[in-house]
Design a protein around this ligand. Structure first.
Ligand SMILES: NC(=O)c1ccc[n+]([C@@H]2O[C@H](COP(=O)([O-])OP(=O)(O)OC[C@H]3O[C@@H](n4cnc5c(N)ncnc54)[C@H](O)[C@@H]3O)[C@@H](O)[C@H]2O)c1
Length: 253
């Protein structure tokens, strides 16, 4: 018995990183997964690897309303219904607030914040029609605290928590639970920008993170699974931090 037997879950940003691991784990646990991304080659290859009985790839730019409508139709055509959503797609830009061009700020808002809103709006009615289910939004450590040089990103991740709480209140009566994952530093392409020295990053996390290392995308997927299955049946509207203890406090020694 899998924890998601019979479920149909749409996952955004599923071509790589945390979304890829969520797709793999959810499929292992019995779900049929609809992988959505703008990286069509990688997303298509992952869906092919998981097999047509368990997975489909659909092109979805989360900031585009029309793409959401097409993705919902494609998911229902493939698997009959949708009863789970993981809003995982996201982008990160580094810049000092006073140097951030409006266009750059709005580009982050479009994907991280508008994408999450459009996802809830497009998919919640389908989950309700399926008899209830779950939504997991991907926030961040920076949804709960500040961090220099990621102002646009932190603002959108704070907004994701606001959307999570409001959606939980509005959708609870429809049998839909809505929670958020708040990862710290996780080893994906996002946290390994070109030119970053892996040894320097390892040393940084050894000092900053009580558990002494960067997180693995599989560890975030495990939390998304918990929030998508019956193990979390009485939990909604909450942020869940998965950060190796980074937010717990400062180590001065
Ligand atoms: N890696 C970290 O340290 C970390 C920490 C906290 C939160 N997060 C969040 O976790 C989520 C996953 O990030 P990741 O670490 O796997 O990074 P990643 O860059 O490896 O993956 C992000 C995925 O989102 C996709 N994407 C980007 N823009 C999109 C759009 N407009 N429409 C659809 N898909 C789009 C990308 O193509 C990619 O496949 C993001 O929301 C990110 O903000 C990551």
């Amino acid at each position: 018995m899998g924890k998601l037997d019979g479920r149909v879950v749409l996952i955004t940003g599923a071509a790589r990183g945390q979304g890829e691991q969520e797709a793999r784990l959810f499929a292992e646990e019995g779900a049929r997964v609809v992988l959505c991304d703008v990286l069509d080659e990688e997303g298509g290859a992952l869906a092919a690897e998981l097999g047509a009985s368990r997975a489909r790839y659909v092109h979805l730019d989360v900031g585009e309303e029309d793409d959401w409508a097409r993705a919902v139709t494609a998911a229902k055509d493939a698997f009959g219904r949708i009863d789970g959503l993981v809003n995982n797609a996201g982008v990160l830009r580094f810049n000092e607030l006073v140097s951030t061009p409006l266009e750059e700020f709005m580009g982050v808002v479009r994907v991280n914040q508008v994408g999450c809103f459009l996802g809830i709006r497009a998919v919640a009615p389908e989950i309700e029609a399926a008899g209830g289910g779950t939504i997991v939004n991907t926030a961040s450590y920076t949804a709960l605290t500040g961090m220099a040089y990621v102002g646009a990103y932190a603002a959108t991740k704070h907004a994701v928590l606001g959307l999570t709480r409001v959606a939980a209140v509005e959708l609870g009566g429809k049998g839909i639970r809505v929670n958020a994952v708040c990862p710290g530093a996780v080893d994906t392409p996002m946290s390994n920008p070109e030119g970053a020295d892996p040894a320097t990053l390892d040393e940084l996390y050894r000092r900053l993170v009580p558990l002494g290392r960067v997180g693995r995308p599989e560890e975030v997927a495990a939390l998304a699974l918990f929030l998508s299955c019956a193990d979390s049946a009485y939990i909604t509207g909450q942020p869940f931090v998965v950060d190796g203890g980074w937010l717990a406090g400062v180590n001065v020694f």
